[in-house]
Design a protein around this ligand. Structure first.
Ligand code: DQQ
Length: 557
């Protein structure tokens, strides 16, 4: 009650003044209230559609509808009324996530209805000639898959993929999981979208500690010469690159994360206009529910990202090139040399709404990290650091803390610990301790964030290259999450592409292979500064371009 009253006051004030300093201006989100997963993205009849999990009543999760936004260029958007809402016995508990498939020239939405049990349901356009596809109808055959396959003892069952065609049949996968055991995606076949046959798991987890025991929002698509399976897991949105064979089984050869930050429930679609694969993902808030209630909105979508397969079978995700149409002012900083005294980047007049692209030309060996401060106040009380670090070869030192796993190893060779770290996409740094120091046998500690070096006799430590964000001083607000985030770099630091949009920061490291989405909530109006910094001895040589960016919203596309 108190939060609703507070929201009424604060939200009205913000609406009257037209200003909400935390509200992003070039990220897709509803006019107000709660957004989560992207649903059913598609390109149809010259228009991009994005549906999404939406609570029309409040800035918290509940009463799931499918919100709807449309665009002609994937950059500028118009919000429309919700497309799907809970109105049938099989979806009164919510119209949960799902996908769109264009079949014989018309889209079919398939979603999870929450009724007495979760079921898979379809919806079709009421009027295929309506260019905006405002109204949708649910056929009487719903739910088309009334329940999960018997005998599997599933704890979760939801989020059907876009269908893919092979011969006369279409296939979908549905997310599922067995508590404490494994996540999985269940494969179904149909030839009419009304009658479905369960076949077998398309793919399932082999390691519950890596990918959790419930896979939400599965996705499956061809990319380059390979196939990609994606699951939203307890460790984030994991892609698996691999092979899809004649018997409809997937097997992986590589795995990683689209993004190491606040990114979840993502979904791709085939952009037939430009023959490419586009990714959307949900970015949640990282402050308190009270603050979200007071603002009157929560959640947004990441920038649309184009996916490509790298020669070594990684999925790279980069902002689509059309986002250049948002650039309103170019600030060419050119080639700059920076040392530990730093460099202020004057000239970006919208420090809460801009893009910066840094290319690393050279790094002196004594430099330990370098990067940029954004949302920086002149008195430095608020600032957020985005940084790059080169890999640190094994050295006789300790890196105490920040372990996500410690394993006993049978050998006294510290290189085994390094190999463990380098073969785990979650690992950023490692420390080896000899027998007798942390237990009877030698130990290997894997770290989720690079800790500071600390001398300690006998330890051996090393670090991967890192792109990271340090939010320790990002906000004076006590409820803002100030934990740090880092993504491992497989190669030397090369590029850092950053988008700042009020409370969201999107970081693309090394051409989209090491990405982090983060949220910051500066409180001071003057937290608009941008500057470069270097830690350690020596200089870095950087090429720097920046652009001020406009808004994506229009009343009609
Ligand atoms: N969100 C939806 C579910 C999905 C979850 C409900 C993932 O369908 O599993 O809002 O964020």
């Amino acid at each position: 009650m108190i939060t609703r009253v507070l929201c009424l006051i604060v939200c009205s004030l913000l609406l009257v003044s037209g200003q909400d300093p935390q509200r992003p201006q070039y990220h897709v989100m509803p006019p107000s209230n709660w957004m989560n997963d992207p649903n059913g993205p598609m390109y149809f009849n010259g228009i991009y559609h994005l549906f999404y999990q939406y609570n029309p009543n409040a800035a918290y999760w509940g009463d799931m509808h499918w919100g709807h936004a449309v665009s002609k260029d994937l950059v500028h958007w118009q919000n429309l009324p919700p497309a799907l809402y809970p109105d049938k016995p099989y979806d009164t508990g919510g119209v949960f996530s799902g996908s769109a498939t264009i079949v014989n020239g018309a889209p079919i939405l398939i979603y999870t209805g929450i009724g007495p049990v979760p079921s898979q349901c379809i919806a079709e356009p009421l009027n295929i000639n309506d260019p905006l596809l405002l109204n949708w109808t649910k056929p009487p055959q719903n739910p088309v898959i009334p329940q999960s396959p018997p005998g599997l003892n599933l704890d979760g069952y939801r989020d059907p993929t876009t269908a893919w065609q092979s011969g006369d049949s279409y296939y979908i996968a549905v997310g599922a999981g067995i508590s404490g055991t494994q996540g999985m995606a269940l494969l179904y076949e149909t030839n009419n979208f009304l009658n479905w046959t369960y076949l077998h798991p398309l793919y399932q987890s082999t390691n519950v500690s890596v990918s959790g025991d419930m896979w939400e929002c599965p996705d499956f698509y061809p990319l380059g010469e390979q196939y990609v399976f994606k699951a939203s897991t307890s460790n984030g949105d994991m892609w698996f690159v691999g092979d899809y064979n004649q018997s409809q089984m997937f097997s992986q050869i590589n795995q990683g994360l689209y993004d190491y930050g606040k990114f979840y429930a993502s979904k791709t679609f085939n952009d037939t206009r430009n023959d490419r694969r586009i990714l959307w993902g949900w970015v949640a808030e990282m402050d308190s529910q009270d603050s979200a209630n007071a603002r009157g909105w929560a959640g947004l979508q990441c920038l649309p990202r184009e996916l490509t397969l790298t020669p070594d079978n990684k999925v790279a995700a980069n902002p689509i090139v059309e986002l250049a149409s948002l650039r309103t002012n170019y600030i060419p900083f050119g080639v700059v040399s920076v040392d530990s005294s730093g460099l202020v980047l004057n000239g970006i007049s919208t420090g809460d709404q801009f893009e910066i692209l840094i290319r690393v030309l050279s790094v002196d060996p004594g430099v330990t990290s370098f990067g940029l401060f954004v949302r920086q106040s002149p008195d430095f009380r608020e600032q957020t650091a985005i940084f790059l670090m080169s890999a640190l070869p094994p050295s006789n030192t300790d890196m105490p803390g920040l372990d996500y796993r410690g394993v006993a190893i049978e050998t006294e060779d510290p290189e085994i610990c390094q190999t463990l770290c380098y073969s785990d996409f979650m690992c950023r740094a490692w420390t080896y301790t000899p027998p007798g120091m942390e237990g009877p046998s030698a130990m290997c500690f894997l770290k989720g964030y690079p800790p500071a070096l600390n001398p300690r006799q006998g330890c051996v430590s090393g670090r991967k290259g890192i792109v990271g964000i340090d939010r320790t001083n990002s906000s004076l607000a006590t409820d803002a999450d100030k934990s740090n985030q880092a993504a491992p770099l497989d190669d030397n630091p090369a590029t850092l592409h950053v988008f700042v949009d009020h409370s969201i920061i999107e970081i693309f490291g090394n051409d989209g292979t090491s990405n982090i989405i983060s949220r910051v909530y500066p409180t001071l109006p003057q937290s608009m500064g941008v500057s470069l910094f270097v830690e350690g001895q020596g200089q870095v040589l950087l090429s720097v371009d920046a652009w001020e960016l406009g808004s994506i919203w229009s009343n009609s596309i």
